[in-house]
Design a binder for this molecule. Structure first.
Ligand code: 5AD
Ligand code: SF4
Length: 440
């Protein structure tokens, strides 16, 4: 019996697909890369922007005939899109051949739902309004060696006015520190060499503990001193909660890459206020100064959004000038997408598609130019890479501060090792190099 999982969205979803895979393997299924071979096809969906929803509908829809011709095949859909009850109802109506629907809160019950379906052959639709408790940590089947994703918390309390995440992921809940440390220790002992701690806002880790000293900074310190050469990454930091103590810890430990993802969204104070981000452009720039002070050779990345309701040409130009002033090492750029049920959806002054499209093109062109200039600065230098992926005749990995590097080699044993690579050429987001030696 085979399973095939199609994942949409962020690293949180990627990791949750590993949890879905873990449950299916426990039931005796093995992975297949070919949909046509699968006995169960799972779509782990995203609803952050409308286009993620469209993609999922398109791809699930393609399976209609396959499902009709293969009565034994199970089609399951879960994740953020189906956690939203209205969207789940719409999906059922439009694609009635789906057999199992689950949400984010009952993801760890998925194995049980598959068992129920196999016993009854009746559709199993179940989406919980909230989690009964902390999510059970269950079997995880990882397939991203030497990288491992580790949840440190779930949910988000911030209610940025454009964002649907708090509605489909619930309130913030932190995992006990001892449990996280145990998981990381085990992963390092197994040979994993890049651990990425996941939370919507890692800086508020531990805020929900009643009597505990645990916070994100001491969690990072506890993990950074584990006796392995490895990379300890984290995602994502909300600028309003980024503390100087964290910059100090990032600067202090070799195991923590000098890379910070600090999404600003907009360079305009007007828009930041309407977004309910709770910081100003000036506050953000002060945080960047703190990062510079404690982390020499830092790389900073961001999320930038255009076309938020009421965004004027002036507001947009402030985002452009901010991108120029900061010179992000890389940035994810988004067009604002209306999410039903959020505060911004009901605001006046939505921006027309043509204006949004012009703005994103300008912003992308600017960021591409900056990213290429920054990539060019690497040429001629020797950098340490963690080898993370095998490509035909080449290996790929990242520098400490997150730049992708590809170098030709037939030596696939380098996977999971730290190596030195001399950079010889660059593109906007990547570098090409030559193998120098394995790191000591
Ligand atoms: N429209 C466009 N982009 C969004 N993001 C979140 N919600 C929306 C939306 N409604 C972006 C933000 C966030 C990133 C994960 O996705 O930039 O930081
Ligand atoms: Fe969404 Fe804001 Fe929470 Fe990030 S911090 S998940 S953008 S509500």
């Amino acid at each position: 019996m085979y399973y095939h999982i199609k994942t949409y969205g962020c690293a949180m979803n990627v990791h949750e697909s590993e949890k879905i895979a873990g449950q299916l393997e426990k039931l005796g299924y093995s992975e297949t890369a070919e949909v046509e071979k699968a006995d169960i096809v799972v779509f782990n969906t995203c609803t952050i922007r409308e286009n993620a929803v469209h993609k999922a509908y398109g791809n699930i829809g393609k399976l209609k005939t396959y499902r009709q011709e293969n009565k034994k095949v199970i089609i399951a859909v879960g994740g953020c899109m189906t956690q939203d009850k209205e969207q789940a109802e719409d999906l059922k109506k439009k694609l009635p051949f789906i057999d199992i629907i689950f949400g984010t809160h009952n993801l760890t019950e998925f194995g049980e739902m598959v068992k129920e379906y196999n016993n009854s052959h009746k559709k199993v639709f179940e989406v919980w309004d909230s989690e009964k408790d902390m999510p059970k940590e269950n079997e995880v089947t990882r397939n991203s060696f030497p990288n491992a994703l580790v949840n440190i918390m779930y949910g988000c309390n911030n209610y940025c006015t454009y964002c649907i995440v708090p509605y489909v992921r619930g309130r913030e809940r932190s995992r006990p520190q001892a449990e996280i440390v145990e998981e990381v220790k085990n992963l390092l002992a197994e040979g994993y060499r890049e651990i990425t701690l996941l939370g919507q806002n890692v800086n508020s880790y531990g805020n929900d503990f009643e009597n505990s000293e645990s916070n994100f900074v001491n969690l990072m310190e506890t993990l950074a001193v584990l006796p392995y050469k490895y990379r300890l990454r984290f995602m994502t930091s909300h600028p309003k909660d980024f503390k100087e103590e964290l910059a100090i810890v990032v600067g202090k430990y070799d195991n923590i890459p000098k890379y910070i993802h600090l999404p600003i969204q907009s360079g305009s104070n007007n828009i930041l206020e309407k977004m309910n981000r709770k910081y100003t452009r000036e506050d953000y720039l002060k945080t960047v100064e703190i990062i510079k002070k404690h982390i020499p050779n830092y790389a900073l990345s961001s999320d930038l959004m255009v076309g938020f309701p009421q965004e004027t040409e002036e507001d947009f130009n402030e985002t452009m000038s901010l991108a120029e002033e900061i010179r992000y090492s890389s940035a994810f750029t988004f067009i604002y997408s209306v999410r039903h049920g959020t505060v911004a959806a009901d605001m006046e002054g939505h921006i027309d598609e043509e204006t949004k499209s012009k703005r994103i093109q300008k912003l992308v062109a600017l960021q591409n130019k900056i990213s290429k200039e920054i990539s060019d600065e690497y040429i001629g230098g020797i950098y340490e890479i963690l080898v993370e992926e095998k490509k035909e005749g080449a290996m790929c990995g990242k520098t400490d501060n997150g730049r992708l590097v590809k170098f030709p080699t037939e030596n696939y044993d380098l996977l999971g090792k730290f190596v030195k690579v001399k950079i010889i050429s660059s593109t906007i987001s990547g570098l090409k190099g030559e193998f120098v030696e394995i790191s000591k």
